[in-house]
Design a protein around this ligand. Structure first.
Ligand code: ATP
Ligand code: MG
Length: 382
């Protein structure tokens, strides 16, 4: 990993040199639900559901179904590739539940006899209200970390699932980490065809939501995935392609969550600056907390909204990590960022597709609260 001072200096240079002020969003030419783009809900509109997918949705571009005279055909149509090799997928055991049976029983008993149940309901209601708030322009949330394996793809998937569950407007999950990323597998996608890099060369302002979703993988709810690669080594994504995709797609989706590479990768730095809110995933280890604290300290030197629009997902990647999460959170919060702890979950630890009904109760609550935090922060920016 790069020395902290080096990458910080480099980020600053990039943020200054790329023609945009740090934290300044790319230009947005029309709000969510604009006539050109899509039938997406606005505060005054009733959100309109996305049309059902064409049976061949993930296997051929939509323009073939509904041709648009000015949409240029893609240079070539890639083959659809399975996300998991069937022979390797057979090695997986049945998905585990996030918590032990005994823990579940104790929790249910506590809830029935204690007064905390009412408080829990009130908190859940407040979170649901936040997550359902309408937007006028699409909100983009970047998820990154200073260390690899810190839980970025897992958190991106959890956030996307939470938004798709609560929101009526379309939700997009973008994989901006082309190096054998795990987001498609986490989301249970069976096959992928078009990638973020491909779409950069295809997307045109006059395309409709129907055209655009023809290049995406449909997920449960009103959610869509744009994979970073077809699982090969060596796929590249440059900042220009990333910016083009993000600027073009913003009007179609109420919320977009981006699974970025580990910092200080260039696309991740651009994504941090361009997003309306940021999630930094940090393993709940001494090293994870220390390096994340260093990043947050550096962010304090940038325009204030960069740090105040950031939430740290402090993730327990092992059971009983031995870290005092409250103390760690307090230390990180002193920088001006928010912090949300994500507990160890056996179902998440096992890898593979995330099934929300298998998550521990505490994980589901923490993920929804994290989604609400990030969404609330994203609403504070244009
Ligand atoms: N809350 C959790 N409880 C238990 N294990 C977790 C949790 N969150 C993530 N993990 C595990 O941690 C590992 C790393 O997670 P993930 O792949 O999401 O990280 P990443 O930052 O995207 O990694 P990369 O840098 O390789 O892209 C995975 O094995 C995942 O199953
Ligand atoms: Mg990842």
């Amino acid at each position: 990993m790069a020395n902290a001072d080096n990458w910080q200096g480099e980020v600053l240079r990039t943020l200054r040199d790329d023609g945009s002020t740090p934290g300044q969003e790319p230009p947005v030419d029309s709000p969510v639900g604009s006539p050109v783009g899509s039938p997406v809900g606005t505060p005054t509109d009733t959100p309109v559901a996305v049309p059902p997918p064409h049976p061949d949705q993930q296997h051929a571009p939509r323009p073939g179904v509904r041709p648009h005279p000015v949409t240029p055909p893609p240079p070539h149509t890639p083959d659809s590739r399975p996300v998991l090799d069937p022979s390797l997928a057979a090695a997986a055991h049945r998905p585990r539940h996030g918590e032990h049976l005994a823990s579940r029983a104790v929790r249910i008993l506590r809830r029935t006899v204690s007064s905390s149940a009412a408080r829990e309901v009130a908190e859940t209601t407040a979170i649901a209200e936040t997550l359902q708030r309408p937007v006028t322009t699409g909100r983009q949330i970047a998820v990154t970390s200073i260390r690899g394996g810190a839980g970025k793809s897992t958190v991106t998937a959890l956030l996307g699932m939470a938004y798709a569950h609560y929101r009526q407007d379309p939700v997009l999950l973008v994989e901006a980490d082309p190096a054998l990323g795990s987001l498609p597998s986490r989301l249970g996608a069976e096959s992928v065809r078009w990638t973020t890099g491909d779409l950069a060369g295809i997307v045109e302002p006059q395309m409709s939501l129907l055209d655009v979703t023809g290049y995406l993988v449909q997920l449960p709810g009103n959610a869509w995935l744009l994979p970073g690669s077809q699982g090969q080594i060596g796929t590249m994504l440059d900042t220009k392609a990333y910016e083009r995709v993000m600027v073009s797609l913003r009007r179609y989706f109420g919320v977009t969550v981006v699974d970025c590479e580990t910092l200080p990768a260039e696309v991740a730095r651009v994504a941090l600056a361009a997003a309306q809110a940021r999630v930094l995933t940090a393993p709940a280890t001494l090293e994870g907390i220390t390096s994340t604290h260093a990043v947050l300290q550096w962010m304090r030197g940038l325009p204030r909204h960069m740090i105040t629009g950031t939430v740290v997902a402090l993730t327990e990647l092992v059971p009983h990590s031995g870290i005092d999460l409250d103390k760690a959170a307090q230390r990180l919060t002193e920088t001006g960022a928010s912090v949300r702890a994500l507990p160890y979950d056996r179902h998440l630890a096992a890898g593979g597709p995330i099934r929300t009904e298998r998550l521990a109760h505490a994980t589901r609550e923490a993920a929804a609260a994290l989604a609400a935090d990030a969404f609330r922060l994203s609403q504070q920016r244009r």
